[in-house]
Design a protein around this ligand. Structure first.
Ligand SMILES: Cc1cc2nc3c(=O)[nH]c(=O)nc-3n(C[C@H](O)[C@H](O)[C@H](O)COP(=O)(O)OP(=O)(O)OC[C@H]3O[C@@H](n4cnc5c(N)ncnc54)[C@H](O)[C@@H]3O)c2cc1C
Length: 298
C-alpha cells in the first residue's frame, strides 16, 4: 500500500550464513515479522517485532525425474523474474502465474494461483527454517496442506517458520492450460502449436489491461476470495441472475467471480473515505492517503 512503516529492528536475510543471527532475534523476542515483497500486507505504522526481509537469491537445478525438471529457487527471488527465467531456460509450467507481484518464498503461503494454475501443481516441496526446533525441515506438497489461497503456513504451526527454498517440479511434457476465457483466443490456434511464451505474453497483456501496476498505484491485490459453492446453489443463483459468472471446478463445485459479485453491489469505482474499489476491476480496492491515491485489490 506504500504506507509509511517503521520497524524497530530489521535484518535483510540474504543467505544461510545469517540463520544463526535470525534465530537469535527470534529467541530474544519470541516472534518475528517476515516479509518478501510486502505486496500482500497492510503494515501498521510501527512493527514492534524484529522484521526479516527475505532477500536470498539463487536458482539451481536439483535434478530431474522421467517427467519433471526439479529446480530449487531461493525464497527472496522475485516471482515474476523467476517465471521469466524458467521459460528462458526451457522449464515451462509457470506461464499462467506471470506478473503476480512478490517473492518466491511467499508463493506457498497462500498457494498463489491465476488463470487456472496454482502453485501446488508446480512444486515438489518447500524447505523451511523452524524457529522453534531451530533447524531446517522439508515439507512435501501434502505436508503443506494447500487449499484455495491457503496452506499450513497460515496456520499456528506455520507461524514460526521461514520459507528458505521452494523446489519446483516443472513438466517435461508441457500442455497449455487455457481454461480461462481471457486465454481462449489461444485455443483457436492449431492443436499443439501454442507455446509457453505465448501463454505468458497473453497473461501479461490481460493482467496489464485489467490490474493496476502496484508501482504506479499501490495496492494489495485481491481483497476477496472467489466464493466456491455447490452446483445446486450455483444453478439457483444463475436462474435469478442469468449473467452470473461461474467456473465449474473439477470436484463438482462451482467458483463464482468475486469481482462480478462486488460489481453487482455497485461498488466498482466507489470511494469510502480514503479507500476505493478500482474503477476497472471491482476485485481491486484503492485508498487515498493524503493527496495520493493508493489501490488495494480484491
Ligand atoms: C496487483 C496485485 C495482483 C495480485 N495478483 C495475485 C494473483 O493473481 N494471484 C495470487 O495468488 N496473488 C495475487 N496477489 C497477491 C500477492 O502477489 C501474493 O500474495 C504474493 O505471494 C505476495 O508476495 P510477497 O513477497 O509480496 O509477500 P508479502 O506481502 O511480503 O508477505 C505475504 C505473507 O507471506 C509471508 N511471507 C513472505 N515471505 C515469507 C517467507 N520467506 N517465509 C515465510 N513467510 C513469508 C508474510 O509474513 C505474509 O504473511 C496480487 C497482489 C497484487 C498487489
Amino acid at each position: 500500500m506504500a504506507l509509511p512503516c517503521i520497524a524497530e529492528q530489521a535484518i535483510e536475510y540474504r543467505d544461510a550464513g545469517q540463520l544463526k543471527q535470525v534465530q537469535a532475534l527470534f529467541d530474544a523476542s519470541g516472534s518475528l515479522a517476515i516479509l518478501g515483497g510486502a505486496s500482500n500486507v497492510i503494515l501498521p505504522a510501527r512493527i514492534d517485532r524484529p522484521l526479516v526481509l527475505v532477500r536470498s537469491q539463487g536458482i539451481e537445478v536439483a535434478g530431474q525425474t522421467d517427467t519433471h525438471w526439479l529446480i530449487d529457487v531461493a525464497a527472496g527471488e522475485g516471482w515474476h523474474e523467476w517465471v521469466k527465467t524458467s521459460l528462458a531456460r526451457g522449464w515451462p509450467g509457470l506461464e499462467n502465474l506471470a506478473l503476480i507481484p512478490g517473492t518466491v518464498g511467499a508463493a506457498p503461503v497462500q498457494n498463489i494461483g491465476a488463470y487456472g494454475v496454482e502453485l501446488k501443481q508446480r512444486i515438489d516441496g518447500v524447505e523451511i527454517w523452524d524457529f522453534q526446533s531451530k533447524g531446517r525441515r522439508w515439507l512435501s506438497v501434502a505436508d503443506c496442506e494447500f487449499g484455495y489461497r491457503d496452506s499450513i503456513f497460515k496456520s499456528d504451526a506455520g507461524k514460526h517458520w521461514m520459507v528458505l527454498t521452494v523446489r519446483f517440479a516443472l513438466p517435461k511434457n508441457w500442455q497449455p492450460v487455457l481454461d480461462y476465457p481471457d486465454l481462449w483466443a489461444l485455443t483457436e490456434r492449431e492443436f499443439g502449436s501454442v507455446t509457453p511464451q505465448e501463454v505468458f505474453d497473453q497473461v501479461v497483456a490481460v493482467r496489464q489491461a485489467k490490474l493496476p501496476d502496484p508501482s504506479v498505484k499501490p495496492n494489495v491485490g485481491s481483497f476477496f476470495k472467489n466464493p466456491v459453492i455447490t452446483d445446486a446453489q450455483a444453478q439457483a443463483l444463475h436462474q435469478a441472475y442469468p449473467s452470473l459468472v461461474r467456473y465449474p471446478q473439477p470436484n463438482g463445485r462451482v467458483k463464482l467471480a468475486a469481482g462480478w459479485l462486488i460489481d453487482q453491489c455497485g461498488f466498482k469505482g466507489k470511494r469510502l473515505g480514503p479507500v476505493a474499489v478500482h474503477d476497472r476491476q471491482a476485485l481491486v480496492w484503492s485508498m487515498k492517503a493524503g493527496q495520493r491515491l493508493v489501490m488495494c485489490s480484491g
